[in-house]
Design a protein around this ligand. Sequence first.
Ligand code: ADP
Length: 374
Amino acid sequence: MSHDIRTPMNAIVGFTALAKNAASNETVLNYLDRIETASSQLLKLLNDVLEISRLEAGKIQIEEKPCDLLDILKNVQMAVHPWATEKKIDFSLDVSQVHHYEIYGDGQKLEQILLRLTKNAIKYTAAGGKITVAIVELYEQLQSYATYQFIVEDNGIGISEEFQKHIFEPFEREQNTTLSGVQGTGLGLTIIRNMINLMEGDIEVQSVPGKGSKFTVTLAFRLHNETEKRGEKEDVFYGPVGNKKILLVEDNEINVEIATELLKNVGFRVDTALNGKIAVEKVAKEKPEEYDLILMDIQMPVMDGYQAARLIRGMEDPKRAGIPIVAVSANTFDEDKKLSMESGMNAHIGKPIDISELLLLIRELIYKKESGTL
Ligand code: ADP
């Protein structure tokens, strides 16, 4: 179902972006801006409703995999960086009280939880405000476990005591936020609370209206054996993209048109392949360093994205086999991401493509590739 709902949304969001580039008339631009805002709200609502129904149906499971808490925080920082910068928010990470970064746990869910809390903090804090995301390692219950607090604190509009009692219930939004026109679904915190319950943790809120809010998530994780304390803060890379060439693999012609235009508009060179088989043939035939990155649709006729990624990873020439591959799919659940990773892809993003998110991801992957850390 989710694929059927998201695919037409993809066309709406994509063509609106293209129409905005093509429009020169003020009135038309104004209407397009409104379509863009409304469709992105609708998409958020759809995604949240689908996520809740899956959580409630018990379809979401917790995975225990090795992950690094610092990487998770950096991903959160990277995802919100453009928005926080635009709002002139003083955004800081504090990991000074962490002794073990490497844990076994569901890193993807933890990242989603922290990302949602951080986005809320930015959303409900006026321009020029201050937000801190901190991890505090509390104690080791057993030698191989540790309890962590993940704290997202802002100095924004705050939450009344009365509303704090209902804040985790579905569709609940405080009146001051709805009145001030801040968009939202009231489902984010319900999703967060459900996920934390699944992870056998806890979430608390402390807040003073007008002063700010502090959300504290407490979770216990099993530790990796060999872990050490690391540097306190590391900067995230935001290097230039340069004259890079992308192979766009996508069967839907509307999506090809939209994505090609969006990528060309920000300076990429773009080549296209209408299915996985054509993509594999192109990578094998062209020079090994021809493509800097591949954007790979998943559901395609003749050969799907998973199979194409596996064939590319299996190529003899290491330059060809090592091209960064990003799965671009209308299916964005954890299981879909897992399948992409298992096929050798480096990342998985949802459709409709959020071009600023994609740009950050491309930069990160190209940088990692060039510095030999991919
Ligand atoms: P949404 O933000 O989409 O409305 P959430 O479930 O994430 O949904 O949040 C529910 C409500 O809780 C918000 O509408 C807002 O009233 C309040 N809220 C959440 N986070 C904060 C925050 N950091 N500061 C102030 N209010 C908040």
